[in-house]
Design a protein around this ligand. Structure first.
Ligand code: CP
Length: 308
């Protein structure tokens, strides 16, 4: 049984297989209606539980559509609707769900909840985002970069903004796929050192840079993410905006990167905060390809987890 809990916990050869499989499945579906089934139906008769303790648009819809395209069925559950939110242990929930479904995808707050689910489930568990990491997003991002520019190995990726869970999975990917990663942000929002140390131990060059222009110089890919989460108070929002303003990705900053650099954002974006409209809608932006590739990349992850 294979869980997909994080990029650093997955063998690099398996990650490569999934990225290549995602690209093949995408091209095999080119031009078809979204609801049309894939030619092969590897998830026929499989039931997948999609559990969301936090809101989602892309993760929810892309997993649901992906399972259906591959012939499977889904049930979408929110934490508040389940006993999970009312005192039943994670371990018991994992044991019970494993009697009904073939795979569990979980979006939750605390990483420990995901790990406990995986420890006690007898079916594969996929990390659909925790407060620490977001591996499915970065699988889609790798697919997207390579679709446009070829292998990401040896390239320079610059992250502008908050050292959050999406950055953490980029750090995992830097170690596993062999690209250089620069973090540009204020010291108060640095990523956890463990993510940087592990990427370096695997041979990636990882740099912390306080000056956004220097960080972006020579970058093949520039990435940012929202500065605030929906749960942040007004005071927190104002403080983070003030700290992160120098790291806004605008046309002037993008011009510091390589001329063929791409721009990515996992979305949802707060336009004209972390990124300007001109960059979001500009020729270097691949944000909607990135969103689409959540579908294809996760289909590859599902197949890998189930061995089908
Ligand atoms: N990028 C991402 O995970 O989007 P959702 O929160 O809408 O799923």
């Amino acid at each position: 049984m294979r869980h997909f809990l994080d990029i650093n916990k997955t063998d690099p050869a398996d990650l490569r297989t999934m990225i290549d499989s995602a690209a093949s499945m995408k091209s095999a579906r080119a031009g078809r209606p979204k609801g049309a089934p894939d030619d092969d139906q590897p998830l026929k008769d499989r039931m997948v539980a999609l559990i969301f303790e936090k809101p989602s648009t892309r993760t929810r819809v892309s997993f649901d559509v992906g399972v259906r395209q591959m012939g499977g069925q889904t049930m979408v559950l929110t934490g508040s609707e389940m006993q999970l939110g009312h005192g039943e242990t994670i371990a018991d929930t994992a044991r019970v769900l494993s009697r009904y479904v073939d795979l569990i995808m979980l979006r939750t707050f605390e990483e420990d909840v995901l790990l406990e689910m995986a420890e006690h489930a007898t079916v594969p568990v996929i990390n659909g985002l925790t407060n620490r990491t977001h591996p499915c997003q970065i699988m889609a991002d790798i697919q997207t970069y390579e679709e446009h520019r070829g292998p990401i190995t040896g390239k320079k990726v610059t992250w502008c903004g908050d050292g959050n869970n999406v950055f953490a999975s980029f750090a995992h990917a830097a170690g596993q796929f062999g690209f250089d990663l620069t973090f540009a942000g204020p010291p108060t929002l640095d990523p956890e050192a463990v993510f940087l140390d592990e990427a370096r131990a695997r041979g990636a060059t990882v740099t912390i840079e306080r000056d956004a222009a220097r960080a972006v110089a020579g970058a093949d890919l520039v990435v940012t993410d929202t500065w605030v989460s929906m749960h942040d108070s007004q005071t927190t929002r104002e403080r983070r905006h003030n700290q992160l303003r120098p790291y806004q990705v605008d046309e002037a900053l993008m011009a510091m990167a390589r001329p063929d650099a791409l721009f990515m954002h996992c979305l949802p974006a707060h336009r004209n905060e972390e990124v300007t409209d001109a960059v979001m809608d500009g020729p270097q932006s691949v944000v909607f390809d990135e969103a689409e590739n959540r579908l294809h990349a996760q289909k590859a992850v599902l197949r890998w987890c189930l061995g089908v």
